[in-house]
Design a protein around this ligand. Structure first.
Ligand code: UN1
Length: 484
């Protein structure tokens, strides 16, 4: 595959950037340039916001069904390209080919779900305490929204932000992660082919500084962000200072809790998937394992053998379980954190910073480490294939350890005891709870987002997305004629 030329999309026109040169290289083969171009300059961001503002009134006035029809046509374009774009995703981001293709299809699925918003209820009607009156709650778009997306789901996360933004009548200025821009370019192409009018979606590929300009821009009426906790908090603070709504989906340090009554075969498979798929680069990945003491030795022995047997390599090849992490910097910081924990007394059960991995590429061996007490490996999000284990004496202790985090995105609970499952439902403070399945995953029709410091603002996906991308007007409706 030869390197693809990237362009920005502003007011319906594909434009080369006016900023610094931009190259995205494969994390598997770092010398290989997957896509290239130039970053958007700040004046192009200005043009994008101005175009989105000019397009806003006509798009808001377009019937929701017609807005949805654009998403349906774009979904068909994505589906038709799933094999090619899935391979591009795998090459540029590093997740395995089935995961890359699956993500592309998931983007199409999200577009189809959100397209049907045009067919669903538009608001509500309420009884009035006054005779002859009805109370309606109607919804309006926010206006121009800024969307800032991360590298790890370069088409699915953008789809689940952009699709509801558009179907609810907003226009968009979108800044994707500049490390993985190719799939952003593809999604924008699909939406343009789907018939989106000029200026309704503007794509500006560039550095994080563009996100800051976007959130501070007086013409931007709301911001939806997914990414690191540090950046999310800073953008949320800026949006709050301007008084505009913000939705920030941030870090996780998600626990899998395996109780002594769990089906251990099931728990083993699901913990492996949750911790190591996509090389642990999901905000929903399992990065902490809490296991009940009675079953710990036997379970950990089996788990360590399975982790050691995972196949790390070129994600485009068959039979590979995990590819590289996104960058050399990420590789170093993940391995450094594991090394520091081991130096401080953590027990390495599998993998580790010195385990053999392919020499070229940003590979980190899948790693299983056991610790007895608190420490950075327990607290900090590494965004890599490192699973940290602690043992718990009782169910109560296990839940307390699971909640022992500033994050609260997702958790997985493995038990066959209904009472324990119900206790988990009540006691685990997370936005997404999987009982007897892995901690990652999100369906298009249900709310997604975290509790505690993992999320800020309304949840994403499903009907929840509407809460962020619209505001309501409560209408007291009476006839104009005096009642007898
Ligand atoms: C998933 O678990 O499939 O950035 C989705 C992330 C999350 C999405 C996870 N916002 O990893």
């Amino acid at each position: 595959m030869s390197s693809i030329e990237l362009k920005n999309h502003i007011d319906g026109v594909w434009l080369p950037g006016t900023g610094a040169p931009l190259e995205s290289s494969s994390p598997t083969r770092p010398g290989f340039v997957v896509a290239h171009g130039r970053q958007a300059g700040p004046e192009q961001l200005e043009q994008a916001v101005a175009a989105a503002r000019r397009a806003a009134a006509a798009w808001a006035a377009t019937p929701a069904q017609s807005r949805g029809a654009v998403l349906l046509r774009a979904a068909a374009v994505i589906e038709a390209n799933a094999d090619a774009w899935g391979a591009e995703l795998s090459l540029e981001e590093g997740k395995t080919l089935p995961e890359g293709r699956g993500e592309v299809l998931r983007a199409a699925q999200v577009l189809r779900y959100q397209a049907a918003e045009g067919e669903r209820e538009a608001g509500t009607v309420h009884h009035s305490p006054r005779a002859g009156e009805q109370i309606l709650v109607t919804r309006k778009p926010l206006g121009v929204v800024g969307i800032v997306t991360p590298f790890n789901f370069p088409i699915a996360i953008p789809a689940w932000k952009i699709a509801p933004a558009l179907v609810h009548g907003n226009t968009v200025v979108w800044k994707p992660a500049s490390t993985v821009p190719l799939l952003a370019f593809r999604l924008a192409q699909a939406l343009q082919e789907g018939g989106l009018p000029d200026g309704v979606l503007n794509l500006v590929i560039g550095p994080g500084a563009l996100g800051d300009i976007l959130v501070d821009h007086p013409e931007v009426d709301g911001l939806s962000f997914t990414g690191s906790t540090a950046v999310g908090r800073s953008l949320a603070a800026k949006a709050a200072a301007r008084g505009v709504p913000v939705q920030a989906e941030m870090g996780g340090k998600n626990a899998a809790v395996v109780l002594s009554d769990a089906d251990q075969d099931l728990a083993l498979e699901q913990v492996l998937l949750g911790a190591f798929r996509s090389s642990g680069q999901k905000c929903t990945a399992t990065s902490r394992l809490i296991i009940q003491e009675q079953i710990a030795d036997a379970f950990l022995e089996r788990l360590a053998a399975r982790v050691a047997a995972l196949h790390t390599g070129d994600p485009l090849e068959d039979g590979v379980d995990l590819g590289p992490v996104i960058s050399d910097g990420a590789r170093k910081s993940i391995q450094g954190a594991a090394r520091a924990a081991i130096d401080a007394g953590a027990r390495l059960l599998a993998g580790g910073p010195d385990a053999r991995v392919p020499e070229t590429g940003h590979f980190v061996a899948p790693t299983l480490v056991e610790i007895d007490e608190d420490g950075p490996l327990w607290r900090d999000e590494l965004f890599g294939p490192v699973l940290t284990v602690r043992r718990a004496a009782t169910v109560e202790d296990a839940f307390a350890l699971a909640n022992d985090s500033e994050f609260g995105l997702s958790a997985a609970l493995f038990t066959q005891d209904l009472t324990h499952a119900l206790e988990g439902l009540e006691g685990l403070d997370v936005g997404v709870l999987h009982v007897n399945s892995e901690s990652a995953g999100a369906d298009p029709h249900v709310p997604f987002g975290g509790a505690k410091k993992s999320g800020y603002g309304p949840k994403e996906q499903g009907q929840a997305a509407r809460e962020f991308f619209t505001h309501t007007t409560t209408v007291y409706l009476q006839g104009g004629k005096a009642r007898a």
